[in-house]
Ligand binder design. Structure first.
Ligand code: NDP
Length: 477
């Protein structure tokens, strides 16, 4: 056996260290490097006996320690640090080497980096990795982009470290150049939407029914035994059931209610605007976090009047069942929107992404892992039309069954003054796409009135304009 490593990792903070350990535990010979040597030494001291590690003190040494073609994973802070590492590494690499950026890069950066390296013959692979530090160690969901040649070099290694569901590793070649980071970005956007919907559900049970966090934790535990079964519902029950040791109060009551964000949700919405892909659930989730993080606005607005009467719910258990249905229906919409964005990106950037394969690799390892993804995978086996998931019989049936509950929940929340931007935008989207006539006709009239922007008619071919400020005659443009 060669004394060289068959893969290298640079960047040994929590993600890189755990990914390197995962690789070593699965039989890879892993060369490791970090800008500051301490992290490398700590990895070897604490976990060196988990597998075959080769510690290196510089990028030059790291590159020289790898067998050819070299496979090298960058797991450093996203943005300029990634560019700095690439710039230093590239002169040391040869044609055929594979450079993987497994950090949370913006896919547009990945496209730029890949294009810059093509002429040198170096394969650049932007790989989305989801599952946080535990996922990196025990099996993440991996979304690699880049060329098929590069994927061939990486596939056996990636399959050995990915999460595994029913014998299927949670990794697939997503598509060329930035496709992997694009899909990871949308994954995170969907994660934002899902978390927001769950948080609204909690808020309703708390404020409308007056239930305590521990009771609501039990409700989520029950939800988790049904069709909502997922990692996010599971951890929600854990967080709600947790009691603060300093104050003996529910943990959720002592945490500052200002949600932070690192940017992938915002990127998802920015890109959705570019693609004209209406991810309203993700957008509301991003904005809900933004509002929560504006204490001065919230303090100023705190005295604004709310509803004049308190809501009365005569059948609390029926309301809980309504909330479960509203959550499930809203979740279908949020995921449908996210997958539609992936489809739109796939068409725009010519990636030919297999949506069913994406649902398959999200079933395990990542933050949105859930039984639900199995249903999405099955749906994409059956359908590929523009209505996406909403064309699937099972989802249509679930949305049909949820109708009255979903509307009662939005009505009750509105009457009670409890904000449910995620649940209500999902319902609004649903009602918009199913409406056979939209007030867009009026908007076209307004546009023509003030800007002579023209309109098309339902009964005649062609483009028309009305002389609004003259005799209001219509002529064909
Ligand atoms: P951080 O994002 O905190 O980055 C720290 C690492 O980056 C350290 O190894 C640090 O080296 C290195 N670094 C920073 N600047 C430079 C530079 N200019 N040159 C060389 N190295 C540099 O680490 P994480 O482990 O949290 O994340 C790594 C990547 O994985 C990021 O892109 C992140 O977005 C992504 N990610 C993180 C997840 C998470 O749950 N944390 C989940 C999924 C992806 P040094 O020790 O010398 O300072």
């Amino acid at each position: 056996m060669s004394d060289k490593a068959n893969i290298g990792v640079t960047g040994l903070a929590v993600m890189g260290r755990n990914l390197a350990r995962n690789l070593a535990r699965n039989g890879q010979r892993v060369a490791v490097h970090n800008r500051h040597r301490e992290r490398t030494d700590e990895l070897i001291t604490r976990f060196g006996d988990e597998g075959k590690f080769l510690a290196t003190g510089s990028l030059r040494e790291l590159v020289d320690t790898l067998e050819r073609p070299r496979r090298l994973v960058i797991m450093v802070k996203a943005g300029t640090p990634t560019d700095a590492v690439i710039d230093e590494l590239v002169p040391m690499l040869d044609s055929g080497d594979v450079l993987v950026d497994a950090g949370n890069a913006n896919f547009t950066d990945t496209r730029r980096r890949e294009a810059a390296l093509i002429d040198r013959g170096v394969h650049f692979v932007g790989a989305g990795v989801s599952g946080g530090e535990e996922g990196a160690l025990h099996g993440p969901s991996i979304m690699p982009g880049g060329s098929t040649d590069a994927y061939r070099e990486l596939e056996p290694i990636l399959r050995s470290i990915a999460a595994n569901v029913d014998g299927t590793p949670c990794v697939t070649h997503v598509g060329a150049d930035g496709a992997g980071h694009f899909v990871k970005m949308v994954h995170n956007g969907i994660e934002y939407a899902d978390m927001q919907l769950i948080a609204e559900t909690y808020d309703l049970l708390r404020k409308v029914l007056g239930r305590e966090p521990a009771e609501i934790a039990e409700t989520f535990r029950r939800f988790n035994t049904g069709r909502l079964n997922s990692y996010l519902i599971e951890i929600t029950a854990e967080v709600l059931g947790h009691v603060d040791s300093r104050t003996s109060r529910p943990f959720v009551d002592v945490v500052l209610d200002q949600a932070e964000q690192k940017g992938t949700g915002r990127w998802t919405v920015q890109n959705a605007l570019e693609l004209a892909s209406p991810v309203t659930g993700i957008a509301e989730a991003v904005f809900a976090r933004s509002i929560s993080g504006q204490p001065r606005l919230r303090a100023d607005a705190a005295g604004l009047p709310g509803p004049s009467t308190e809501p009365v719910v005569d059948a609390p258990e029926r309301f809980v069942a309504d909330v479960e249905r509203a959550l499930y229906a809203s979740k279908i919409i949020a995921y449908a929107q996210g997958f539609d964005q992936i489809q739109a990106g796939s068409e725009t950037y010519e990636w030919n992404i297999d949506l069913g394969a994406i649902a398959t690799i999200w079933r395990g390892g990542c933050i949105i892992r859930a039984e639900f993804l199995d249903r999405i995978r099955a749906a994409y086996d059956q359908t590929s039309g523009p209505a996406g998931l909403l064309a699937d019989d099972d989802f249509r049936e679930a949305l049909g069954e949820a109708q009255d509950s979903w509307r009662r929940v939005v009505a009750t929340a509105t009457a009670a003054g409890v904000p449910v931007p995620g649940i209500s935008t999902a319902l609004a989207y649903y009602d918009t796409v199913r409406a056979q006539r939209l007030p867009a006709a009026l908007i076209q009239g307004q546009r023509d009135y003030f800007g002579a922007h023209t309109y098309r008619r339902t009964d005649l071919a062609g483009v028309f304009h009305t002389e609004w400020s003259a005799d209001r005659s219509e002529h064909e443009d």
